[in-house]
Design a protein around this ligand. Structure first.
Ligand code: NAD
Length: 371
């Protein structure tokens, strides 16, 4: 492999995964041909399809390929066929192993509203039109992983459930750094979210983020907010935010809340990033937020835009191809503005298209924009 080739592992997964990934591959081909991007792609299995072939949701070999790749693109995993497997064999375990073994501690969830879809939001159009916020959620620590944990029976026969919220300075600093860096590339504003009013881990979170702001990121406008207030502000005045950084639990809730401001699951990309190596390169996994949509799988109806926007995040964050990412996002915006819609974002007067037709329109628009 030449030193400047970009090694991408493609894990299309189950259900609509391979359908939406098909359009991603065609678009990758466009960038390869028209922009000489230097991609080197390889396909692998994850989820139910891997279980069917190898008896595990992710093989050690594929795991190693993911670790060695410059970026991993994932479709979706799961489906009713595998619902009754033991926990360790479930398709989702493949995804969890990828995140764990690649040590992906920062989950980036943009909430971006296409002008033409602003009316699909449950909020008033003027509140969400032009919305572009990024939530950075800590993904490998906090209450989902802390110990002690479990359910115990007390001497009086009552039962008690226990989970522990725990963060170290280095865990806070590394995710905050990702968020500060992102803010610099966007609107230069970062809001750090916790509950320092009632939780010691929140006090530490606030202190550590402020310390970084005071020392390494003086140029970024930093603010702090309690998580309950942030939930209110997200539905009251979402455009006040640029980048939000928060812990695993609050990030889980706030990123879903922000996502729904945009109207459809079929439009939402995500990225999960790990630590930077000596050359500044981070391990990275890009995937749509939606699942394998068994109800429409195999019918050519799935919206490929969430997966295509995940590709755009890959171009921007793994390969520094900001201009190409802008181009792809513009193409997606224009295609939707022209009225081409898959079923999930269909509106009166628009043209209903399938997965492949949506991919065709994106390629046509890329040709037009690049002409
Ligand atoms: P889902 O996201 O698959 O589907 C929810 C609804 O949204 C369905 O009606 C579906 O048709 C629709 N939808 C989702 N993506 C769409 C797209 N791109 N275009 C058009 N419509 C779309 O969630 P679910 O139904 O709760 O889960 C189905 C399976 O997916 C389960 O096995 C679940 O475990 C798995 N899942 C996987 C992931 C992942 O791979 N990251 C995430 C969530 C769920």
């Amino acid at each position: 492999m030449s030193s400047n080739s970009k090694k991408i592992l493609i894990l299309a997964g189950d259900g609509i995964g391979p359908e939406v990934m098909g359009e991603v591959k065609r678009t990758l081909g466009w960038f390869e041909k028209r922009r000489g991007s230097g991609f080197e792609t390889e396909d692998g299995l994850v989820g139910g399809c891997s279980f069917d072939k190898h008896g595990v949701p992710l093989t050690d070999e594929t795991m190693q390929k993911a670790i060695d790749a410059d970026a991993v693109l994932l479709g979706a995993v799961g489906g009713p066929k595998w619902d009754n497997l033991p926990f360790k064999d479930k398709p989702e375990r493949g995804l969890l192993r990828l995140r764990k073994d690649m040590e992906l501690f920062a989950n980036l969830r943009p909430a971006l509203v296409f002008d033409a879809l602003a009316e699909a939001s449950s909020l008033k159009t003027e509140l969400v039109k032009g919305l572009d916020i990024m939530i950075v959620r800590e993904l490998t620590g906090g209450v989902y992983f802390g110990s002690p944990r479990g359910i115990e029976t007390l001497p009086n026969g009552e039962r008690r459930g226990i989970n522990t919220q725990v963060y170290t300075t280095s865990e806070i600093q590394r995710v905050a750094r990702v968020a500060f860096e992102l803010a610099r590339k966007r609107g230069n504003k970062l809001c750090s979210v916790e509950k320092a009013n009632v939780m010691e881990s929140g006090v530490l979170w606030r202190e550590e983020v402020q310390k970084l702001g005071d020392t390494e990121y003086k140029d970024v406008q930093l603010s702090h907010m309690y998580a309950d207030n942030c939930a209110m502000q997200l539905v009251r005045q979402p455009k006040q935010f640029d980048v939000i950084v928060t812990d695993n639990l609050f990030g889980d809730l706030l990123s879903d809340c922000a996502a729904m401001l945009t109207g459809s699951l079929g439009m939402l990309p995500s990225a999960s990033l790990g630590a930077a190596d000596k050359g500044g390169k981070r391990k990275a996994l890009y995937e749509p937020v939606h699942g394998s949509a068994p109800d429409i799988a195999g019918q050519g109806k799935a919206n490929p835009l969430a997966c295509l926007l995940s590709l755009s995040m890959m171009l921007r964050y793994s390969f520094d191809q900001g201009e190409d990412a802008d181009l792809l996002e513009k193409a997606a915006n224009n295609v939707v503005a022209k009225g081409f819609r898959t079923g999930d974002i269909m509106a009166p007067g628009c043209t209903l298209v399938g997965t492949k037709e949506m991919g065709d329109e994106i390629l046509k628009e890329l040709d037009r924009l690049a002409a």
